[in-house]
Design a protein around this ligand. Structure first.
Ligand SMILES: [Ca+2]
Length: 382
């Protein structure tokens, strides 16, 4: 064990020497580099966490239970009240609602409580050396060194998650360089310190840059009419609200919906779970994190902080997630049955969803395109 660690450490030292040349060639000064790497060692904890990312993804309801828990809603209301003036000024400057900025803050760091205390240079260097996504992490490491060179933060204060996401709103270094704001006007873009002003402004600037439209919801829960054509669901099919209303779609209380713009219908757990009408702002939040569950959590948390209602529809809580191997098997069986999934990679993308829908339609199931155990069972029977 000791030998293995020292071998990794020796390799890591050699890698740093090589990387130093590449960093200097990209304009990092020797003094900044050497100061930043003064106490850096191969971080086995970072590697352990990188390898431990679970094969199972959480089901959306499990994720929402924790992401939009009672505690997070209450803490969000308190955070919004505590920083009302700041958030109002941020909303006025960037055009992003205070509740949305607060919700991102809540999900990224529990309103600043968990900003991460891993040294960012060490974490990124370890991940870049390790090689799994090495190029990505080396780019992040160069960006982190540029931040130090600009004097925004001292190396010892540049902390974050094990994967290098930093501060109140967990910016990775390249996003920081492109979008971070000095809202306080002291000449530093400080997303690390207790004062969240720069970090919250940075999150708002990021959403504004990707086209956030103030006044448009991220989405809202809807009721679908009996006999709804589930092939209309999915982000590729956008219609004005009026057209959805004409098809019988209503809000969760059974009423009409204002014309907020073009929208699509999202069924994150298939026809048996909640349905949402989502707008362009949904896709803006995706730029922060592309997972549907994350975007719904941000939007729904913002709604709850503002006093909105819980999600009304029940989730199919008995369903356990499909394993990666089961998703591959589903794709293999769909392909063998003549429904093209565009390959077998264990990822349920648009072509697999289209294939599932075609298969569901063939056997008389609701064509919601949802990859469930029932689909796999039906495929195995064939
Ligand atoms: Ca500042």
């Amino acid at each position: 064990m000791e030998t293995r660690i020292s071998t990794a450490d020796k390799g890591f030292r050699e890698w740093i020497d090589g990387f130093r040349q590449r960093a200097l060639a990209k304009g990092i000064s020797p003094a900044v580099f050497d100061r930043a790497f003064r106490n850096v060692a191969y971080n086995t904890d970072v590697i352990r966490r990188d390898r431990n990312q679970s094969e199972f993804t959480k089901q959306i309801w499990e994720y929402l239970d924790s992401a939009v828990s009672r505690t997070r809603i209450e803490n969000g209301r308190a955070a919004l009240a505590r920083h009302r003036k700041l958030l109002a000024r941020i909303e006025a400057r960037y055009g992003v609602e205070a509740e949305i900025v607060t919700a991102i803050w809540g999900l990224e760091s529990a309103y600043g409580r968990h900003r991460g205390n891993t040294p960012v240079i060490e974490a990124l260097a370890t991940l870049a050396f390790d090689g799994r996504r090495g190029r990505f992490f080396e780019n992040q490491l160069i960006a982190a060194l540029r931040i130090l060179q600009a004097g925004d933060v001292m190396p010892e204060n540049m902390t974050g998650s094990w994967a290098g996401a930093m501060g109140h709103t967990q910016f990775i270094p390249t996003s920081y360089l492109a979008y971070a704001q000095d809202f306080t006007g002291d000449g530093r873009r400080d997303i690390w310190s207790d004062d969240p002003a720069d970090a919250l402004a940075s999150a708002a600037a990021y959403l504004a840059r990707f086209g956030w439209r103030k006044g448009q919801p991220w989405g809202l829960e809807v009721r679908l009419p009996k006999g709804f054509d589930y092939r209309l669901a999915g982000t590729r099919n956008k219609k004005p609200v009026a057209e959805w209303l004409a098809l019988g779609v209503r809000n969760a209380q059974g009423h009409g919906i204002p014309e907020y713009g073009r929208a699509s219908i999202l069924l994150p757990a298939g026809a048996r779970g909640a349905a949402f009408m989502i707008f362009d702002n949904f896709h803006v939040i995706e730029r922060y994190n592309a997972a549907d569950a994350y975007v719904i959590a941000v939007g729904h948390l913002a709604d709850r902080i503002a006093g909105g209602k819980p999600i009304q529809h029940k989730w199919p809580r008995g369903d356990r997630p499909l394993r990666h191997s089961e998703k591959r098997e589903m794709q293999q069986r769909l392909t063998a049955a003549g429904f093209d999934t565009g390959g077998v990679d264990g990822i349920i993308g648009p072509r697999t969803i289209t294939a599932i829908r075609a298969f569901q339609a063939r056997i008389g199931m609701i064509p919601d395109g949802y990859a469930s155990h029932e689909i796999l069972k039906q495929l195995r029977r064939r």
